[in-house]
Design a protein around this ligand. Structure first.
Ligand SMILES: Cc1cc2nc3c(=O)[nH]c(=O)nc-3n(C[C@H](O)[C@H](O)[C@H](O)COP(=O)(O)O)c2cc1C
Length: 334
């Protein structure tokens, strides 16, 4: 079975448009995107999700502005993307105005459609350095970073943040301030810093914030499908899907019916992974995705160990074919 035949491919109604400051405002609504996720939303996985639904927007994994500004080759390689991924947004984190400017120059030269500032990461190391969500406790600096990039860059500047630190009481103030500083879009992960990823997201404060700003606002958090996102859209301009895409890029469209039909895209994922990260590291990275691809399938337990030990694309193909053989049995029963 060929890849083209097996995947459900929603034709993009949007011809790719050159990035301008009004890029977010001009995108057809609702905007649907793959959330930035360190360790997941790399070029291979972004291409997989775009293959399923070419109309989605994707972000890079968050990348250090300090590192980029010092010309770190490894970080530039991490940011690399295929032209088919457009429109794609580079996400950067940090706290120094000067390094943000130099990092933004790198991103613009690389041809990104936009630059997003991470103000939501709760990782201990990041918060301790006063990056990520820590900027929600330093609003002057947060707005200064937005304003500097908004003035300096020709591409649009967006911000991804959380409801707040321990509640959402300053979300409206944040939204208005970010807009005044020049942000072209805000995405809110509808959980506070204190809340873990598995507690339900609360969208009401995001709807309230959107009432007070005119720039596009995206919601994110706990969205399990496009229909689920549409049901939570309210007055927002779109939404991002994160963890529900793990092992299920079809979340952006409709899922193929059988495991066998999923195999060509999974193999293509592995090929893009090897292309971007090399045969050794690419396959190592692919193992966690393979486990995600089979996680919901009841008969897959016995194959997990084999998937954890694949060392090349042929191994992957053999394991997936064996699983498909067993899956056919379960699928017949269901
Ligand atoms: C493994 C992992 C890595 C993440 N990395 C980033 C990141 O690099 N930048 C960012 O803004 N958010 C990051 N996030 C947060 C997601 O973008 C998203 O806001 C969060 O997962 C909530 O959406 P979900 O419930 O649909 O997963 C990460 C989340 C996860 C689970």
């Amino acid at each position: 079975m060929t890849l083209q035949k097996s995947v459900s491919c929603v034709e993009s109604s949007v011809a790719w448009q050159m990035a301008t400051k009004s890029f977010w405002a001009n995108l057809p609504k609702p905007i649907i995107g793959l959330a930035p996720m360190e360790g997941y939303s790399d070029t291979a996985f972004r291409q997989v999700c775009k293959h399923v639904n070419p109309a989605i927007v994707t972000y890079t994994e968050f990348t250090s502005a300090d590192g980029l500004s010092h010309g770190a080759k490894r970080l530039k390689e991490k940011l690399a993307f295929a032209s088919s991924e457009q429109p794609i947004v580079a996400q950067i984190f940090g706290k120094h105005v000067e390094t943000f400017i130099r990092a933004a120059d790198v991103c613009q030269e690389m041809g990104f459609s936009g630059i997003d500032i991470n103000m939501g990461c709760p990782a201990k190391k990041v918060v301790k350095s006063e990056h990520g969500v820590a900027l929600r406790r330093n609003l002057d600096l947060a707005f200064q970073l937005i304003e500097t990039l908004a003035r300096h860059c020709t591409v649009p500047i967006s911000v991804k943040t959380r409801l707040g630190w321990s509640d959402s009481s300053d979300l409206v103030q944040f939204g208005i301030g970010a807009q005044q500083a020049g942000a072209d879009m805000i995405c809110i992960h509808a959980r506070t810093y204190k809340e873990p990823y598995n507690v339900p997201a609360h969208f009401d404060p995001v709807y309230e914030m959107k009432k007070q700003v005119s720039i596009p606002v995206l919601g994110n958090g706990g969205i399990t499908s496009v229909d689920d996102g549409l049901s939570k859209l309210g007055n927002l301009d779109g939404f991002l899907i994160g963890q529900a895409s793990f092992g299920n890029p079809w979340v952006f469209s409709s899922s193929p019916h059988t495991f066998e039909e999923k195999i060509p895209l999974i193999i293509q994922h592995a090929e893009w992974m090897v292309e971007s990260k090399g045969p050794k590291f690419g396959i190592l990275e692919m193992r966690k995705h393979l486990l995600q691809y089979v996680k919901a399938f009841p008969g897959a337990k016995q194959f997990r160990s084999a998937l954890c030990h694949v060392s090349n694309i042929d191994d992957i193909r053999i394991s997936l074919d064996q699983i498909a053989h067993h899956a056919a049995h379960y699928e017949k029963l269901s």
